[in-house]
Design a protein around this ligand. Structure first.
Ligand code: HEC
Ligand code: HEC
Ligand code: HEC
Ligand code: HEC
Ligand code: HEC
Length: 391
């Protein structure tokens, strides 16, 4: 993992200098451009990469494969209808970028169709590898794809049986920033702002080298992993934060100090605003009975332990992203942030104090508001880190 990877900040500077509005309402293909290939066509020769991609959220981002995304887009459509507007699917820009009628999906002239493979594919191989440049936009960015169908990489081997070309966008995370840079709603509220919250090379953490050749017949023994893990992956979550706890037993009541440090390169949780993380502390007596806890039912009982972002419209807090006028609160751990929390544990007879960092893809109130199915995946409770001190 030592080759490639140029600094990233230059790119952000460029984007903001350019500050141009996104043109049109969809990714741009030059006139006469090659059609996008189905990812399955790459599977025969790029088996390891194809298998990783198939299980990734990039292959599963469409409304037909991600039921959480589908629930939210239906709520969004219903809300547009209520306001007398045409239900549109601008989500297509990032969730079904390969759609052959993407402009119509984004304007509401067409709806997602499960029988059209370009609507079910998500972000496929040929989409990413044909990215030629990024068009900066106010609400979100877009891409320009190449005309001749060459597959870009930072350092082509020259051994592929198909057209390849060299692109500097692929030597860092720049190539990701058509979709992952930012999303502001029509009122300008910052729904996701990765461009402001993190700024280092995404590939070093998200596409590490993995065992196995990148292609049948290649001389290389490793390839860059296309599993692209994030919040759905417990191993990745464990790389996001460090957690320490100490208990001052000379104090009565006990004083418990917890230190959280963000060791990822961006906000934690990042960046999707429905994510939630919180600390649950318990104190147990010698028989293992819990005699004290900071949270009985909802993490909101102890706001210092909660890492979350929430929007507001007027006086109303916790509104849907598309209604948001501003951020109501953002207690997530910033890039590089170290946060010290202290708790007073008002009880004698304590034998152990435990702390857990718990993560949820969707905060329960958000699941309810959006109608996100509790299917064991969306409502999974991730035990990220647990620490215990015996007194
Ligand atoms: C007939 C086999 C075959 C098919 C099908 C195929 N590739 Fe390749 N591809 C290769 C080989 C061989 C290499 C060179 C790998 C090496 O030597 O490291 C390669 C390299 C690449 C590279 C890296 C550029 C380079 O030269 O190192 C990319 C990107 C790529 N392929 C994308 C794709 C995509 C996307 C598809 C499907 C649309 C696809 N390939 C289909 C065989 C194939
Ligand atoms: C065409 C748009 C697009 C591009 C390009 C793209 N992504 Fe994504 N990415 C998405 C979408 C959409 C999701 C969320 C899918 C979902 O959860 O339904 C996602 C999800 C992810 C996740 C989270 C997975 C999880 O478990 O929640 C990571 C990490 C990620 N992308 C990293 C990257 C990196 C790194 C790059 C560049 C190499 C990249 N993405 C390029 C659209 C894109
Ligand atoms: C500018 C690109 C972009 C647009 C437009 C976009 N999304 Fe996303 N979406 C993403 C990315 C990137 C992720 C993954 C980021 C992350 O997990 O932090 C994501 C993740 C999600 C998730 C979490 C999915 C999961 O299973 O964890 C939901 C739900 C979602 N988006 C809904 C929507 C809806 C509904 C729309 C349209 C109203 C939309 N998004 C528009 C880029 C986009
Ligand atoms: C989210 C964007 C994205 C998607 C989707 C994607 N790739 Fe890649 N791919 C990359 C990036 C970034 C690299 C690292 C490129 C570099 O350093 O040049 C890469 C590298 C590669 C390489 C060179 C690997 C190596 O280690 O030498 C091949 C081959 C490749 N991809 C094939 C594929 C195939 C096949 C698929 C679909 C199954 C696919 N990619 C899907 C972004 C993507
Ligand atoms: C130092 C390592 C590191 C770097 C560099 C890094 N990330 Fe991450 N990223 C992580 C870790 C660890 C997580 C899991 C924790 C989380 O979900 O917040 C993560 C999670 C994510 C997620 C998933 C969030 C979700 O809600 O599921 C996305 C999307 C993402 N990163 C995108 C990016 C992008 C884009 C870049 C480049 C601008 C980047 N990351 C750079 C370590 C890194």
């Amino acid at each position: 993992m030592t080759k490639r990877r140029t600094p990233f900040t230059v790119f952000f500077a460029l984007i903001f200098l350019a500050a141009a509005a996104a043109s049109g309402s969809a990714h741009q293909f030059p006139a006469g451009a090659e059609k996008l290939a189905k990812s399955e066509e790459c599977s025969g020769c790029h088996a390891a990469i194809y298998t990783e991609w198939t299980a990734s959220m990039h292959a599963n981002s469409s409304p037909f494969k991600d039921n959480a995304h589908n629930a939210v887009r239906l709520k969004f459509a219903a809300s547009l209808k209520q306001m007398g507007k045409t239900p549109s699917y601008h989500c297509a820009n990032c969730h079904t970028p390969m759609a052959d009628n993407i402009a119509d999906l984004m304007s509401g002239k067409a709806q997602p169709d499960s029988d059209n493979w370009t609507h079910t594919e998500g972000t496929g191989c040929s989409f990413c590898h044909r990215i030629e440049s990024i068009v900066p936009g106010k609400e979100f960015n877009q891409y320009v794809l190449n005309k001749d169908g060459s597959f870009y990489s930072s350092n082509p081997s020259g051994k592929a049986p198909h057209k390849t070309a060299k692109s500097a966008l692929f030597s860092s995370g720049e190539v990701c920033m058509g979709c992952h840079s930012h999303m502001r709603n029509s009122k300008g509220a910052p729904i996701c702002v990765m461009d402001e919250e993190g700024a280092s090379n995404c590939l070093t953490c998200h596409m590490p080298e993995a065992e196995g050749s990148p292609a049948a017949g290649s001389e290389k023994k490793t390839h860059f992993s296309h599993a692209l893990p994030g919040g759905h992956d417990i191993d990745m979550l464990r790389k996001a934060v460090s957690l320490d706890m100490s208990v001052d037993t000379s104090a009565k009541p006990l004083k418990v100090a917890v230190t959280l440090k963000n060791i990822s390169a961006h906000t934690f949780p990042s960046t999707m605003p429905m994510r939630l993380a919180f600390l649950k502390l318990t104190a147990e007596d010698s028989s293992g009975r819990v005699v004290w806890t900071n949270i009985k039912e909802s993490p909101m009982e102890d706001m210092q332990s909660v890492l979350v972002k929430m929007f507001k419209a007027g006086e109303e807090k916790g509104v849907a992203p598309w209604k948001a006028e501003a951020v109501a609160m953002d207690t997530r751990l910033k890039k590089g942030e170290e946060r010290k929390l202290s708790y007073t544990v008002p009880s004698d007879n304590i034998k152990t104090v435990s702390v857990s960092l718990i993560y949820r893809l969707f905060a329960p109130p958000a699941m309810k508001m959006m109608g996100i199915p509790a299917d064991g995946k969306n409502d999974k409770v991730y035990m990220v880190i647990k620490k215990k001190v015996d007194l």
